[in-house]
Design a protein. Structure first.
Ligand SMILES: C[S@@+](CC[C@H](N)C(=O)[O-])C[C@H]1O[C@@H](n2cnc3c(N)ncnc32)[C@H](O)[C@@H]1O
Length: 351
């Protein structure tokens, strides 16, 4: 089984729950669009009083609570408008929180909003497979999660393969590597859409938010790609000091692939289960990452620290973070030339 990568758990100072305001900003700007979409596009049987919402790739919170509350507020408003009745007591919301088994669900459940007016369940497991019963879901949501592939694509870590990748991610400069990542994306995204296509009721909505690449732009030309390359350089420094085995490092690849817009659209079309109601660039309140050494170290540690520690040990991971902090000033001028990536807002309606 391929290893799974989760965000740093707990509520502590180096946890995702304390350092996810960048991701949260997108949910805040999407609220209005979600409200409008639910008001005009959601077309589910209103005779049913139970309304099921799932957040796929929920992590530990608090962002997931905001995401589901935005959906609930919108459904309640629609209900009020359409029936002139109070939704309280008439609709019962059930929220299903999905993430990998290894996600820190304890923190998620311990920090549930005290004012919540919904029933809760965790549905652990990869969202590339089914996690819910057929025809049971009214609205699905997934933010900042679909750039994680299910596994490192085939050939990428094999020295004898034309797709062997010495970089730690898909920079976009090698055609063979890019093709292998794209192939894996097609498999994974196809599985994600097939699973959601079975779980959603007809007329139900699926909201997808996150980062992708405008067509023609390579990952390493964007700020996020440059930062991954920078982390790769810092790992090489640590290997030179003897704390990381160079061969091991050469075979390190992150299964991360923010797809290009055309690749995304094509896989949605091929799935055949959805009508695309929106595929838009959405502006992000924190479009530019705050580039101070502390932010860089913390964000790298929260996202990649666990993976690096498992692979190379705690000392090597800590040393890499020190290097990132020390060398941070070196890459700032380069980042000024970064091309823009893209934040997307996708709304799909189940046929
Ligand atoms: C950056 S976090 C985003 C969390 C939250 N949605 C937000 O917007 O703040 C990405 C989450 O996706 C989860 N994830 C990645 N691949 C997954 C998969 N195949 N199945 C379920 N969860 C997955 C990770 O474990 C992680 O919690």
């Amino acid at each position: 089984m391929a290893p799974t990568y989760t965000m740093a758990g707990s509520k502590g100072p180096n946890s995702y729950s304390q350092h996810s305001t960048y991701q949260r900003a997108l949910l805040e700007v999407a609220k209005e669009k979600i409200n409008e979409a639910i008001s005009t596009k959601l077309n589910v049987n209103s005779a049913s009083s139970r309304f099921n919402i799932a957040d796929f790739g929920c992590s530990t919170g608090p962002n997931t609570f905001l995401a589901v509350q935005n959906i609930i507020d919108a459904v309640e408003e629609k209900y009020r408008k359409e029936t002139q009745q109070n939704p309280d007591g008439n609709i019962e919301f059930q929220v299903l929180f999905n993430d990998h088994f290894k996600n820190d669900f304890n923190t998620l459940f311990q920090t549930l909003p005290l004012t919540k007016k919904y029933f809760v369940a965790g549905v652990p497991g990869s969202f590339f497979g089914r996690v819910l019963p057929r025809d049971s879901l009214h609205v699905g949501h997934c933010s900042y999660s679909l750039h994680w592939l299910s596994q490192v694509p085939k050939g990428i870590a094999d020295r004898n393969s034309p797709a062997w990748n010495k970089d730690i991610h898909c920079t976009g400069f090698s055609e063979e590597v890019a093709e292998a990542y794209h192939d894996q994306f097609k498999i994974d995204m196809g599985s994600f859409l097939r699973a959601r296509g079975e779980e959603l009721v007809s007329g139900g909505l699926l909201f997808l938010l996150g980062s992708c690449l405008p067509d023609g732009i390579k990952m390493s030309e964007t700020m996020k790609g440059m930062l991954l390359d920078f982390m790769g350089n810092c790992l090489h420094d640590v290997a030179k000091e003897g704390l990381i085995d160079q061969e091991e490092l050469d075979s390190l690849n992150f299964p991360i692939y923010p797809a290009h817009v055309a690749e995304f659209k094509s896989v949605i079309e091929d799935s055949g289960c959805f009508t695309t109601e929106a595929f838009e660039r959405i502006s992000h309140a924190n479009e530019e990452l705050p580039l101070d050494p502390e932010f860089l170290v913390t964000s790298h540690k929260i996202t990649f620290g666990g993976i690096l520690e498992t692979r190379f040990g705690k000392e090597a991971m800590e040393k890499t973070m020190e290097r990132i902090e020390e060398k941070c000033q070196d890459i700032l001028p380069q980042l000024a030339n970064a091309k823009s990536g893209m934040q997307y807002f996708i709304m799909l309606r189940k046929n």
